[in-house]
Design a protein. Sequence first.
Lengths: 137, 93
Amino acid sequence: MIVIDTGPLVAFANQEDPLHARAVDALERAWGGEHGEAFSTDFVLDEGMTVLMIRVGRKSVSQEYARLFDGSTERPLNPMMSTPADVLQAAIEIHLRHFERRLSFTDCTLVAHAKRRNAKVLTFDRGFDGLVEVVHP
Amino acid sequence: MSTTVRIDESDKDRLRRLQQRFEKVHGRVPTHQELLGMALAFVERNETSFIEEADWRPFTREEIRARAKRIQGNYGKWSAADIDTILYGGDRP
C-alpha cells in the first residue's frame, strides 16, 4: 500500500512544474498498482485545495483536484482515507517527538496513516526519510 | 430472528482488540454482537470510503491518462517542492 502526499498530485496537475514529469511517472505507477493499493488522505485534499487556490486561483482546477478524491459518482483515481481520532493522536505524538524536523502536521498525519497500515509514502519531501518507508518520484 | 455468521480466528482477534480498546475508553466490555452492530453503523456513516477501500483495483495507464486530461494544464511557474513555503510560510531549518 502507498499513501500519496500533496506534492506529487499538484505537480501532476501543473505541466509547468519542473517536477511534473516525475510526478506523472510516479503516479501512473502508483495508481497502476505498483505498490499495491494507493490512497491519499483528507489532509492531502486540504493542502492541495489550499495551495491551488493560492497559486492558480481557478475554481475549475480546484474542482478537478477534488474530483481526484471523489467517489460519489465514479471510482476515484486517488481515494481518500479519513483521519480518525486514533491516527490524529498518533500524528500529534509524531509531531511532538520529531518537532525539530519541522514537519507540517499534515506530514505527520501521513506518517501516522502509513505506520498504521504498514504503507509507504509517495512524496517529494525529504523530511519523511527515516520515519517511514518513502518512495521519492 | 437470529442468523449465524462465521467469523475466522483473525477476525475474532480483531474483535478482541476492539473490545479491549472500547473498554479502555468507555469502561465496559461490549459483546461481539454489540461491537459488530457498532461497526456496521460506523460503516454506514462512512459508506463511500468503505466501498472505495473495499474494492480498490489498479487503474490502467489509459484510464489514468484519460482522467489526467481533466486536471492537467499550465498553471504557472511554481513548484510542488515549495508547498510548505506557500502554505506555512517558512522553510525548515
